[in-house]
Write a protein that binds this ligand. Structure first.
Ligand code: MN
Length: 289
């Protein structure tokens, strides 16, 4: 099943090019704050699935007539794995590696949707890079999850871009600007994706294919990423794990269109816009050289 959030925070089932609105059937208030209806749906998915199925049989709305939002916002945690593909470690000349360093966190406020632009901070001396990643969405929460049971805790998958200001300051800050984590276009349940250990993933900037890899080449695989994160923190329904980028990262600029496509998960194209502001005292290092 492909779940989407759209318009003012409604939740629906995407079938082909049609969105079937399930908001009312699920008893959700799209205007509720905080906007955690999808987290509640994930937590109660087994009980609510018949209502989703019924909504999916009713007439829908053409996809082109809705505005898609990030399928998940306000997750309890947004975990992200650093260098998790050998070839990316080589290109970054990095001594960091997911199996040696573990994960970091991104601000959950950096999440944006499949029809939202990436807004670049005004940092003329810096490169701001795209990273093409598979997002793993947690279903059943838990702590100290064994690797062998980890896939039972995976609810589904989405496409994710981990946008990054290159530099030596705290990684969390450089990766946490608003709109630096586009997620979408849908949240695809695990049963529909099947084996996530061998998914083809691609990223284009405009028409140039910049990244092309498979999740088969992950250094720390998905079960071990879930187990590792849960060894530290309690996982909750809707938690997001950004699984790391393969090689081919590079700069994005105003006017670019960045497209991500992951086999059986989806495809979305995000425009890049130059914003204003974003400079701060912690970013002086490069400018002083
Ligand atoms: Mn990344």
């Amino acid at each position: 099943m492909r779940l989407v959030r759209f318009d003012e925070g409604r939740i629906g089932v995407l079938q082909g090019e049609t969105v079937h609105d399930a908001t009312t059937a699920l008893g959700l208030d799209p205007a509720a704050w905080p906007p955690v209806g999808m987290l509640q749906l994930i937590r109660n998915f087994a009980a609510l699935k018949p209502k989703l199925d019924a909504a999916a049989r009713a007439p829908g709305i053409p996809l082109g007539e809705v505005r898609l939002l990030a399928p998940i916002v306000w997750p309890h945690n947004l975990f992200a794995y650093p260098v998790n593909y050998i070839a990316h470690q080589t290109e970054m000349a990095s001594t960091h590696r997911a199996d040696l360093n573990g994960y970091f966190l991104k601000a959950t406020s950096s999440i944006s949707g499949p029809q939202d632009p990436i807004v670049l901070p005004d940092l003329p001396s810096r490169e701001i890079h795209h990273e093409c990643e598979l997002a793993v969405i947690i279903g059943k929460g838990g702590r100290h999850i064994a690797t062998g049971k980890a896939m039972q805790h995976v609810f589904g998958y989405s496409c994710l871009m981990d946008i990054t200001v290159r530099g030596k300051e705290e990684r969390v800050m450089r990766k946490s600007y608003d709109t630096f984590t586009p997620i979408g276009p849908a949240l695809v349940t695990a049963d529909e994706v099947g084996d996530s250990g061998n998914l083809d993933m691609k990223l284009w900037v405009n028409d140039d294919l910049r990244q092309h890899a498979t999740t088969r080449d992950l250094i720390v695989d998905i079960p071990n990423m879930v187990a590792l994160a849960s060894s530290v923190s309690s996982l909750e329904p809707g938690d997001v794990i950004a699984t790391g980028t393969p090689e081919g990262v590079g700069p994005i600029r105003h006017g670019d269109r960045v497209t991500i496509e992951i086999e059986r998960v989806g495809r979305m194209t995000i425009p890049v816009e130059q914003g204003s502001g974003g400079y701060n005292l912690a970013l002086r290092r490069e400018e002083r050289k």
